[in-house]
Design a protein around this ligand. Structure first.
Ligand code: ATP
Ligand code: PRP
Length: 230
């Protein structure tokens, strides 16, 4: 059997993933047309390329359908319960950096920390009769983070894109989202809570603990990791 390596098929991580492997003597290529998710690997024996969306890679690893995968550590933590039992981080790759943060409107001058947010949430509920809304697509991570920091009186509202706009659109009072340059937060008049950094993410090479690891796959893994020098 061949070792299956899952990499992003499009989006912001794809080209940098190809370049990262290329620099280390492993040529990854999309074969066929732009819409066809087939791939080829040159430079090492017994490795097969599987092109997937970045957000699907954690589940494919946890279900053992791929042996190795590249995606952001935020997606691993969000998509998998007890992720450490299912995947192992082999190597951070030095790109795709983004911070998952909690932000509130700039004009909330009394809210700078999670404790302030907790107090504001209680006051908000008393005044409005419903819980303060935090828009996010990172439900698992935000729930865990707020629970660990003693913030309880809120509700999450799902937002799969343009999350920072939720405040302006009055569908949420606060947001929890990824930021890299900070541009989107600034444009939407939002500020990060001083202790509101939930996770620092970057693209990472991961190994499945659930995939079948036969001798042939272990041999291919050894050869690949030696070549990658990780
Ligand atoms: N500015 C950014 N905004 C959002 N994600 C970023 C940013 N910079 C890096 N990332 C990282 O990129 C990854 C998401 O990549 P991408 O947006 O291509 O995939 P996706 O939209 O989740 O996947 P797909 O649309 O293919 O299902 C995440 O790990 C995220 O942390
Ligand atoms: O700090 P910045 O550099 O401004 O980047 C952060 C923005 O980029 C991402 O959105 P993306 O482009 O993936 O679009 P989305 O709204 O579909 O999530 C993320 O959700 C933020 O909105």
């Amino acid at each position: 059997m061949t070792l299956k390596l899952g990499v992003p098929s499009k989006g912001r991580l794809m080209e940098k993933t190809f370049a990262w492997f290329g620099k280390r003597g492993i040529e990854l290529a999309r074969t066929g047309s732009d819409r066809e998710y087939a791939g080829a690997v040159a430079g090492v024996e017994g490795v097969e390329l599987v092109l997937l969306s970045a957000s699907e890679i954690p589940r494919e690893l946890s279900e053992g359908r791929i042996h190795l995968g590249v995606t952001g550590t935020d997606l691993v933590r969000e998509k998998l319960a007890a992720w450490e039992n299912q995947v192992e981080e082999i190597a951070p790759m030095g790109f795709g950096q983004a911070d998952l943060i909690i932000a509130v409107p700039k004009f909330w001058v009394d809210v700078e920390t999670l404790d302030d947010l907790d107090a504001a949430s209680a006051a908000f509920r008393a005044r409005h009769g419903f819980r303060l809304r935090i828009a996010t697509k990172y439900h698992r991570m935000i729930r865990e983070f707020l629970r660990d920091h003693g913030v309880a009186d809120y509700q999450l509202v799902d937002s799969q894109g343009a999350t920072e706009g939720a405040v302006k659109n009055e569908t949420a009072e606060a947001v929890a989202d990824i930021t890299s340059t900070g541009e989107t937060l600034r444009a939407n008049h939002l500020k990060i809570l001083s202790d509101g950094l939930v996770h620092r993410s970057q693209a990472t090479l991961l190994r499945s603990r659930k995939a079948p690891w036969a001798d042939s796959e272990r041999t291919a893994l050894k050869a690949l990791l030696a070549k990658l020098d990780v």
